[in-house]
Design a protein around this ligand. Structure first.
Ligand code: NAP
Length: 308
């Protein structure tokens, strides 16, 4: 079978750190081109400063991986889908829910695969946590996602703009795991968003959700964390504690702790290849819905300005 010719669009941090190695490491794909306005691409691969130019003048591509900020993703995905190309959307899949719905409808119409990728769901501990939790009674859940924005998002002005999600950019990763491992749906009861007075997006959030059986789920997001960083989800059940830490890489159960090698992006690309080969899409917007609800239903507090 011929490899899927893919173009990587948006040659920023995640494209270089994760997408390129995953594509080079997966025989189902060949890197046909890169696209980015202010980047020179990689040796031996055609580079373009816009997706439009690639689609008009470049080598043929079967698929695109959109690694740009979310605010520009809808227009790029629409361009690609109009050409019948399969589309991999980095998380979050869009800046709004309605635009993602529109993309899904367009993908169906043109017969292309659309993949709303949630990389944290492919962390090593997530599938076994989901399997272990499936039959348990959930008593409570605590999500603590506290990191230093200066370390993880230096110079990313888009992340503070409308549609950039602020602290929900990492927080949505936690929600992508929680919506995947917990056996029942959950929804927001109340929340507080803290927004620096000089920024459009929150720097911290405290949210209370509950699942449909009434189990409380607390979420503590903070971008002002220095020192040790936390990406932890702790689930108390009738059979003891299930804890995912390090963003899902480490799973602790009453029977012991397991830590395996990072496999997120190789897992994502294997899934994308399967979707393309089987003519399907995978567009789960449930994590983005919960973030949208947080913006709908939370109280706002203005906090001190944030400067890098
Ligand atoms: P980033 O470093 O700011 O990179 C984004 C890149 O997109 C920039 O390099 C920019 O290219 C490019 N771009 C902007 N508009 C474009 C357009 N119209 N056409 C083509 N390229 C365009 O951001 P990032 O950290 O890689 O994050 C990108 C996305 O991946 C976000 O949605 C984020 O949530 C997600 N993500 C990030 C991480 C992470 O650890 N950083 C992890 C997982 C997922 P130029 O520089 O050439 O202008």
């Amino acid at each position: 079978m011929d490899p899927i010719r893919i173009a990587v669009v948006g040659m920023g941090k995640i494209a270089r750190d994760q997408h390129l190695p995953a594509i080079y490491g997966d025989a189902a794909f060949s890197l046909a081109a890169t696209v980015s306005p202010h980047d020179r691409g990689v040796d031996g691969v055609a580079h373009f400063d816009s997706l439009e130019t690639l689609l008009q003048e470049g080598p043929a591509v079967d698929a695109v991986a959109l690694c740009t900020p979310p605010q520009v993703r809808y227009d790029l995905a629409t361009l690609a889908l109009k050409r019948g190309a399969h589309v991999f959307l980095e998380k979050p899949p869009g800046a709004t829910l309605a635009e993602v719905d529109a993309l899904a409808a367009r993908a169906t119409k043109v017969g292309a695969s659309l993949f709303a990728a949630w990389h944290s769901r492919f962390a090593a501990g997530v599938a076994p946590a989901r399997a272990w939790l499936a039959d348990r009674r959930i008593d409570s859940v605590s999500i603590v996602w506290r990191e230093d924005v200066r370390v993880w998002h230096p110079g990313q002005a888009w992340i503070w703009e409308p549609g950039g999600l602020g602290v929900f950019d990492p927080g949505i990763n936690a929600l992508s795991i929680a919506t995947h491992i917990l056996p029942r749906p959950f929804f927001l009861r109340s929340g507080v968003l803290e927004r620096p007075e000089n920024r459009a997006a929150p720097i911290a959030a405290n949210l209370i959700f509950c699942d449909t059986a009434g189990a409380p789920i607390s979420m503590d997001l903070d971008w002002r964390q220095t020192g040790p960083q936390s990406w932890d989800i702790t689930v108390e059940t009738d059979a003891g504690t299930c804890k995912l830490s390090r963003g899902g890489a480490v799973l602790s159960l009453p029977s012991g702790t397991d830590h395996r090698e990072d496999q997120e992006y190789s897992g994502l690309y294997a899934r994308f290849a399967t979707l393309i080969r089987t003519g399907r899409s995978d567009v789960d917007t449930s994590p983005l819905k919960l973030v949208a609800d947080a913006f709908l239903r939370s109280r706002r507090e203005i906090v001190e300005p944030f400067n890098e």
